[in-house]
Structure formats: structure tokens, C-alpha cells
Design a protein. Structure first.
Ligand code: FAD
Ligand code: FMN
Ligand code: SF4
Lengths: 442, 433
């Protein structure tokens, strides 16, 4: 085992199978019935509750928690799904510490919020375990809507449209639906094949067909607009920012999202290769996830390097603490200069930075870290479809999700407005569906 | 240091905490362990004449749970002791011999016939027990046989059996009352007339704790059926306190020693019973829920509070709250208060707003930034906001000084005291002097 752990370069199976299984188990397993009652009881049933206001999908949180208190988690789940059909995934992945739980009045009272995320999971799991679907479709309207992208935004939009009786075709470029739920979210947050199970469950509403197809290659916006009554774009951010550092082309240097996608699709953790010395560059959730999962796979040294200071990191405190707890080292105020190595990455040189009146500048002082694997997690970017106005690198949309082109809506990471989060994508997909529904009805 | 030692109807105990007649006191094994844990006394589980009764062989307790399955109320359909009389008498004798400093009172329930009482009393006296308690309260089972609460609900029977006992025994007689009656003073007065040395109350409240929605049987369920039981524990304390106060301030019961029972769970509950006139307290559910060790908290808590408040003994504050219990008609209508919200302490949950807006007097404004403020021109001072606020002392009541104008009524708050009896709206008012 020791030797496997210290195998040079990038290698699979650094840890034995049982250790890997334990490392990738559910981060926060479902609360038991009694735990849930105790946790639910802490909710004050606030008036005009701050948690609900803080939730991008505006789930009636006090109501669903009261339903749990009353021993009725399935009604609680329905309350959640009415606002957020991906409430199951959101319960697992939402950074609640910056959303609902941050707003919880118990934070003010005692710095310890009601465990809203875990209670949401308790409820949604209860209903999903029954395999029933809590909603039924309105009669067919005869209207057809194209949704591009089967990520959270596209799925939420499709579900709401189907609910209203429209026929939805989702065009998805990847072999499996779910978007980053399936290919991006940390494995220990969506354990047990939850992403796929959730999509299957969501599709039970009926009236949604998923077909393979990539906008920009085998599909055009013009053709979609001609074939369907409305189009929704939920294409996420398909491209990745470049590092622009010497040695970026060496083998062993890769995009964190691609490595994570491979990990998420692996059928066995022992198949996933990871460096002995891993360096992750970036300060967001992708960076922390890559660092944490490298450590969980058994990388000996994992360093997450961010160019600005700790406060500027996009990843939440919880994520950064989790990275530290997993054994990764978090190093701030350093930027990559060059990747060094013979034929493959072996080390990486950084320069310390400081933030002054001219913005971020290098101090000239450098250091090197051993690195068999360098993961770039410095942001994803939009592959913009032709013919739409772009604003700040995103498809410009109004409050209802309408783009500059009539008949085309967009939501989620690809659209302007809101944070790049699963829950925001769900909210925007849902709201765009309502807007489409109104437009089709007129 | 305050002194917890206690004398109740001449019976001495090291503290005022007795275990009530119930399962905790139904055998020697329990009572010895209770005394080792520090209980001041026990009222032995109610004895009857042989042949002894039998209990159901299925569940006998039901429960009302609060958060985290905290026991708020317990209900039972247990009868009096289901062991032979002589076994109990022998055990009482042994315990009293070994614990001479503890109170051992024996609870009794026999048919309403003089002969029955004359038969059992000498046997109890022979054990060396300190006193007897007449169980006129058990509301289930025994009441169907004309005993327990069937007696407690008939003042003439209470008076009769009390008199028989007083005539037959040297031991002090405590009459335990049932709360299952409209006016507790009737039975209490009857006990006084019969010559009782003290009353104790409350016994359990007739109750059904829950209905099983699968089987549609009341709980606890015996083969699909349930019978009402007797309710006790924290939930009944308010009922017990009121009944104690009713007796404590009744001129016809004046001076009758009271043993307070019903929901005593912490030292504070005990102090409240004593402040309402009780000479000691009895505990059942708290012991049945947490075990005998709870008396440790009760004793240390009461002692510390007494020391800090300057009460050298329980008699120093016993009954201090009684003069403050009055009739509604005598409450001061010139006492005008307004709710005050401490903005620093407020956690912005808005419960006060929801409660006042939906069910009270629309007297709380919700301002931008979730700032909640009382509208003095609407606030009737009902206290609902204070009660529903999750933060202690965040909302308080502030008295309007005499001479100021109450913005709600537009009237000047008058100095001095005025009540309903002289109020102009009272058709039966008496002219103010
Ligand atoms: C590594 C990582 C971890 C994350 N962790 C969290 C987290 O813990 N919590 C959280 O809230 N958020 C997290 N996020 C962000 C979150 O995953 C996204 O905000 C969310 O998935 C956005 O949903 P979306 O539907 O807009 O886009 P996506 O999930 O990206 O879905 C877009 C879909 O469109 C498809 N597509 C793209 N282009 C085309 C095309 N041209 N034609 C057809 N189909 C196309 C894609 O294949 C994909 O299925 C994470 C993101 C990453 C990268
Ligand atoms: C299981 C059980 C059995 C009881 N049996 C008797 C009894 O035999 N005689 C009696 O006088 N009271 C009996 N009681 C009533 C208690 O003595 C006491 O009056 C009542 O429980 C209220 O006190 P608490 O709230 O501290 O429990 C019983 C109570 C319980 C819970
Ligand atoms: S005391 Fe009553 S009326 Fe006054 S603010 Fe509070 S709830 Fe409203």
C-alpha cells in the first residue's frame, strides 16, 4: 500500500479500495428520523422568513420544516419541489452557509443555523425513495419547446414546461444528462449515482424527450427557432480559461473540470489516476473540489494555490475548511510562472503577489513546488451561440430570461445575472419556463 | 446556607422533596434506593385490602412528547398496589426502621365502609409509618369500583372517610385530592371538616393522550381498546398550581397544610408550589422519567436560590405568593403597560409580528430591514409577543407612568388603583368611595 501511495507520476489506485470507498462516501448522509425532528424543532417559523428570501428558488423553508416537525416529510418534499424540482441535488450541493443558512435568524441568535440543507435532503429523499412523482402534467397544449443543455437550468425549465402541458425536446451534447450535476459536482456530494437517479425521477413528469445534439455543430439556433415554438438555452460554460504560463502544454497539466468529469464517470475509484504531488491553481469551488478529491484519492501532497488573498477566494469558508481537513494545503498570494519538467510536468514555479494601487503585481520572489499533476481551475467561459447579445461574457437576459433574440430564452451559468450555482440555474430555468408559458399562451 | 429540613404535619424530613405514591414508591427496593439518592420522604404506593388488585398485562402508560421526545405529560391506567398487603406492610416496617430520619407515609384506598378502614389502619400503624394519605384521586379503574376519584368527587364521602380515619388512628391524615372536579374547594373543605391534618394535590387528570391513526385505538392500547388514564408531569403543573392557590386562599380551608403535587420537575417548580402555600412537594413523573437522581438538582437548586434570595428556610417564603392571587375583578385597571422590543437582542424572526398581526391587535410594525416596532396606539399589552418571542427578555412590558397619555385610548393614565368593581362599564358596579 505504501508503495502504491508513493508511486511516482500520475497513477491510479494509490489507496486500497475500502479507503477510497470511505473517502468518497456521502459527505452528509441523510438525517435519521429522530435527528431530523430535533433539527426541525429549532426552526422558529419566522414571518416572511429570511431563509426563503435568501434561497434563489425561494423555497418556503419554514413551511417544509414545519411539515417535517409534523412527521410528514413527503409533504415537506412537495413544498420544496414546487419551487425547486432539483431540490434533492440542491440539498446536497448548495453552499447553504452563504445562502439560506447564513440568513437563518439562529445565526444572529447563536451563530448556529437550522440545518436547512440537511433537512431538505431528509424530506426530498423520503419522497424520491417512493419513486413517485408529486406532480402531474396539464393536458397537452400542442406547443413544442426546444431546450439546449440538460444541466440544472435546462432540466428545471423542461420540467416546468412539461408540467404546463408543452412538449419538450432537450438537445444535449454529452452522452448523459445532468450537466455539471453529472460531470462536475464533487463525488462525495452526489454519492450513490444520485445525479442520474434524479434526472430519471424528474422525467417521470412525461412530455420530455432528450436527444443528443450539439448547438453550433449539428444544430443551429435558426433551425431550432424555426422548428419549435420557443427555445431555451441552458448550455453552461463549455470552455475553460487558459493559464498562459510557460510549460502549460506539458503532459500532466490539465483542466480541473475535465479531470473531475473523468472521476465522476469512473466506475471504480481505483481507476482514477492522480499525481503523487498535485498542484491545483484557482480559488473557486472547482479548485477546492479538485484539491479535495485528489487528496481523497491518495495524492501525497496537494497544494491549492490562489493568486489573491484568502478573502478573495470564491470558494466558501466551508469548502476551504473541507480542503484543509482533507489534507490539502491552501496557499494564497502566488501566481504560476512556469511548469517545469522533462517530457512531463515535474514541478511548477510560482511568484508571490501583492495587491497594490495597480492591482495584482508580482513581488519578484519565486518558489517551486513538486508537481506531477497540475490542475487549472481558473474559470470556465461561455462558448457563445451566434446571433445573441453578450454581456460580461454571458448571454444577456432580462429578469424573465429573455435573450436579445425574440423566441429565445436562456438561464443558468450561460446567462447573465445571479451566481454560478446549481440553485441559481434551477431558478432561472424555472422562471424562463413560466415566461415561455406566458408567451405561448398569448 | 439555607436549611432545607422540613416538618410537615409533624413529620420531619431532611428536605421537602417526597416521592408521590406511585411506582417509584411501590416496594422496599425502590424506596431504599430513593432514600440513598437523597429523597426526603415517600408516600408509599397506595395499599388496599386483599385480595390485591391486578393490573392490565399490556401497556399502562401513554405519553405527550415535546421536542426531542421530551416527556411533557404521562398518562397511566395503573391501579393501586398489585402485591399482597402483608408484603407491603413488612417492607414498610423494614424501611422505616432503617431510615428513621426520612418521612414514610402510607397511601390507602379501601371501600367506603368504616369496617374496611378500621381493619387496615392498625396494620399500617404497626409498621411505624409516620402518617397516612387517603387516595381520593385515582381517576381510572378504582373509580369504577366506587373508590379513588369517585370518592374525591363526593365531598360527603371525603368527609366521612377522613373522620373514620381520624377517629381510628394516631397518625396524621393527609387527604389526596383529585383535580377531576369543577371546584377544588368543595373536596378540600370536606377534608377540613372531616378533621384532615393536610391535603395533598393533585392526583392525575383524566385523559386520553393520543389516538393511533392506524388502529383507531386510544393509547396506551390494550388489544385495540383504551381506557382514559390519569395525566401527570410538566403539562399538569399549571392546573395543580391553580388548585393549590384556590385552597390556600380559601377562608374555609385557612391554615390547612398542603402537600403540592403535579409536574414538579426542577427546584423552581417546587419553590413555586411552596410560594403558593405548600409545606412540601411530592414528585412522580420527574423521577419516572429521569430516575431518582433528579432530587440532587432539586435540592441544590432550591438551596442555592434560597440562600441567594435570603430565605433561611422554606417556611421563610412559604405562602408568600398567596396574597397576590386575587380575583380578576380586583386587578388594577390603571396598570397600563406597552410591549417594548429590545432592538439589540432582536434576532428578526418576526414571530411577534405574525402573532400580533394575525391574532392580536395589529400593534407591531414591520419596517424595512426587518425592524419590528410596537405601535403604542394599538398595543393592548396582551403579552402574546412576549410569550412567542424565542429570545428571553427581548420583548418586555413597560409600565406607562401615571400622568402620561396612553396613545391607544387617548386617556391619561391615572395614579392609584381602580378595578372592575367600580368601572363605569360594569352594570353591577359599586360606587367608589
Ligand atoms: C467542479 C464544479 C463544482 C461545482 N460545485 C458546485 C456546488 O457544490 N454547488 C453549486 O451550487 N454549484 C456548483 N458548481 C456550479 C454548478 O455546477 C453550475 O452552476 C450549474 O451546474 C449550472 O447549471 P447549468 O444548467 O447552467 O449548466 P451546466 O450544468 O454546465 O449544464 C450545461 C449542459 O449543457 C450542455 N451543453 C453545453 N454546450 C452545449 C451545446 N452547445 N449544445 C448542447 N448541449 C450543450 C452540457 O453538456 C451540459 O449538460 C460547480 C461547478 C463546477 C465546475
Ligand atoms: C404510574 C402512576 C401510578 C400512580 N399511582 C398512584 C397511586 O397508586 N396512588 C396515588 O395516590 N397516586 C398515584 N399516582 C399519582 C401520583 O402520585 C401523582 O399524584 C401524579 O403523578 C402527579 O405528580 P407528577 O406530575 O409529579 O407525576 C400515580 C401516578 C402514576 C404516573
Ligand atoms: S402586547 Fe399584544 S397587542 Fe401589544 S404588541 Fe405584543 S402582541 Fe401586540
Amino acid at each position: 500500500m505504501t508503495s502504491a501511495r508513493r508511486a511516482p507520476g500520475i497513477a491510479p489506485a494509490r489507496l486500497p479500495g475500502d479507503a477510497l470507498a470511505a473517502n468518497f462516501a456521502d459527505l452528509h448522509p441523510r438525517l435519521g428520523d429522530h435527528e431530523a425532528l430535533v433539527a426541525a424543532d429549532r426552526c422558529y417559523f419566522c414571518h416572511d422568513a429570511p431563509c426563503t428570501i435568501a434561497c434563489p428558488t425561494e423555497i418556503d423553508i419554514p413551511m417544509f420544516i414545519r411539515q417535517i416537525q409534523g412527521g410528514d416529510p413527503k409533504s415537506a418534499a412537495k413544498t420544496i419541489f414546487e419551487q425547486n424540482i432539483l431540490g434533492g441535488m440542491c440539498a446536497r450541493v448548495c453552499p447553504t452557509e452563504t445562502l439560506c443558512e447564513e440568513a437563518c435568524v439562529r445565526m444572529t441568535a447563536e451563530g448556529d443555523p437550522v440545518e436547512i440543507g440537511r433537512l431538505q435532503r431528509y424530506a426530498t429523499d423520503a419522497l424520491m425513495a417512493e419513486n413517485g412523482h408529486p406532480f402531474s402534467r396539464a393536458p397537452e397544449t400542442g406547443k413544442r419547446v426546444a431546450v439546449v443543455g440538460a444541466g440544472p437550468a435546462g432540466l428545471a425549465c423542461a420540467h416546468r414546461l412539461a408540467l404546463h402541458g408543452h412538449a419538450v425536446t432537450i438537445h444535449e451534447a454529452r452522452p448523459r444528462p445532468g450537466g455539471l450535476n453529472e460531470y462536475g459536482i464533487a463525488a462525495y456530494k452526489a454519492a450513490g449515482g444520485f445525479a442520474q437517479a434524479e434526472v430519471d425521477w424528474l422525467l417521470r413528469i412525461g412530455g420530455i424527450e432528450i436527444v443528443e445534439g450539439r448547438l453550433g455543430e449539428d444544430l443551429t439556433l435558426d433551425a431550432l427557432a424555426a422548428d419549435y415554438d420557443a427555445v431555451f438555452l441552458g448550455i453552461g460554460l463549455a470552455a475553460v480559461n487558459a493559464l498562459r504560463a510557460e510549460g502549460e502544454d506539458l503532459s500532466g497539466v490539465q483542466n480541473a473540470v475535465d479531470w473531475i468529469a473523468g472521476l465522476r464517470q469512473a466506475s471504480d475509484w481505483a481507476e482514477v489516476p492522480v499525481g503523487r504531488n498535485v498542484v491545483v491553481i484557482g480559488g473557486g469551488m472547482t479548485a477546492t473540489d479538485a484539491a479535495i478529491q485528489s487528496a481523497k484519492l491518495g495524492a501525497e501532497q496537494v497544494t491549492l494555490v490562489y493568486r489573491r488573498d484568502r478573502a478573495a477566494m470564491a470558494a466558501s469558508d466551508f469548502e476551504v475548511d473541507l480542503a484543509a481537513a482533507s489534507g490539502a494545503r491552501v496557499l494564497c498570494n502566488a501566481r504560476p510562472v512556469r511548469v517545469l519538467g522533462e517530457g512531463r510536468a515535474q514541478s511548477i514555479e510560482f511568484e508571490y503577489t501583492e495587491t497594490g494601487p495597480d492591482g495584482l503585481t508580482g513581488t519578484g520572489e519565486t518558489f517551486a513546488l513538486p508537481a506531477d499533476q497540475v490542475m487549472k481551475a481558473i474559470g470556465q467561459t461561455l462558448v457563445a451561440p451566434a446571433g445573441l447579445e453578450i454581456e460580461g461574457g454571458k448571454i444577456r437576459t432580462d429578469a424573465e430570461g429573455r435573450t436579445s433574440r425574440p423566441g429565445v430564452w436562456a438561464g443558468g451559468d450561460c446567462a447573465s445575472g445571479g451566481e454560478d450555482l446549481t440553485v441559481t440555474a434551477v431558478a432561472q430555468g424555472r422562471d424562463a419556463a413560466e415566461s415561455i408559458h406566458r408567451a405561448l399562451g398569448a | 446556607m439555607a436549611d432545607l429540613s422540613n416538618t410537615f404535619v409533624g413529620i420531619r424530613s431532611p428536605n421537602p422533596f417526597w416521592l408521590a405514591s406511585a411506582p417509584p414508591t411501590d416496594k422496599e427496593y425502590n424506596v431504599r434506593r430513593a432514600f440513598e439518592a437523597g429523597w426526603g420522604g415517600v408516600v408509599w404506593k397506595t395499599l388496599g385490602l386483599d385480595p390485591h388488585v391486578v393490573n392490565v398485562n399490556g401497556p399502562r402508560y401513554g405519553v405527550l412528547h415535546g421536542p426531542d421526545r421530551r416527556v411533557l405529560g404521562l398518562n397511566n391506567i395503573e391501579l393501586i398496589t398489585d402485591r399482597p398487603l402483608q408484603v407491603n406492610l413488612d417492607e414498610i416496617t423494614a424501611v422505616k426502621r432503617d431510615y428513621p430520619d426520612r418521612a414514610v407515609v402510607v397511601s390507602l384506598m379501601v371501600p367506603c365502609e368504616e369496617a374496611a378502614w378500621k381493619e387496615i389502619l392498625p396494620l399500617v400503624e404497626a409498621t411505624g409509618a409516620d402518617g397516612i394519605e387517603l387516595n381520593c384521586g385515582c381517576p381510572h379503574g378504582m373509580s369504577e369500583r366506587g373508590m379513588g376519584s369517585a370518592v374525591g368527587q363526593a365531598p360527603d364521602l371525603i368527609e366521612q372517610i377522613t373522620r373514620w380515619c381520624k377517629q381510628t388512628t394516631r397518625m396524621p391524615v393527609i387527604v389526596k385530592l383529585t383535580p377531576n372536579i369543577t371546584d377544588i374547594r368543595g373536596p378540600a373543605r370536606a377534608a377540613v371538616k372531616g378533621g384532615a391534618d393536610a391535603v395533598s394535590l393533585i392526583n392525575t387528570v383524566s385523559s386520553i393522550t393520543s389516538v393511533n391513526l392506524d388502529t383507531f385505538s386510544p393509547e396506551p392500547s390494550i388489544d385495540g381498546k383504551g381506557s382514559h388514564g390519569g395525566y401527570c408531569g410538566p403539562a399538569v403543573k399549571p392546573i395543580a398550581l391553580n388548585m393549590v392557590a384556590e385552597i390556600a386562599r380559601d377562608p374555609e380551608c385557612r391554615g390547612i397544610p398542603i402537600s403540592g403535587i403535579g409536574g414538579v420537575t426542577t427546584w423552581r417548580d417546587a419553590a413555586e408550589f411552596i410560594a403558593l402555600g405548600c409545606g412540601n412537594v411530592q414528585v412522580c413523573t420527574a423521577a419516572m422519567t429521569y430516575g431518582f437522581r433528579v432530587v440532587g438538582e432539586m435540592a441544590t437548586g432550591l438551596e442555592r436560590w434560597m440562600s441567594e434570595a435570603g430565605h433561611p428556610s422554606t417556611s421563610a417564603f412559604q405562602g408568600r405568593a398567596v396574597p397576590n392571587v386575587t380575583d380578576w375583578q380586583h386587578l388594577n385597571l390603571n396598570y397600563v403597560t406597552k410591549a417594548r422590543i429590545d432592538q439589540e437582542a432582536c434576532i428578526k424572526c418576526g414571530r411577534c409580528y405574525a402573532a400580533c398581526e394575525d391574532t392580536s391587535h395589529q400593534a407591531i410594525a414591520m419596517k424595512p430591514g426587518r425592524v419590528f416596532e410596537v405601535k403604542d396606539d394599538e398595543c393592548v399589552a396582551c403579552n402574546l409577543c412576549v410569550d412567542v418571542c424565542p429570545v428571553e427578555n427581548c420583548i418586555t412590558m413597560e409600565r406607562l407612568a401615571p400622568g402620561t397619555v396612553d396613545p391607544r385610548t387617548g386617556k391619561v393614565v391615572e395614579d392609584g388603583y381602580a378595578n372592575w368593581t367600580t368601572h363605569p362599564n360594569n352594570p353591577a358596579r359599586v360606587a367608589a368611595e
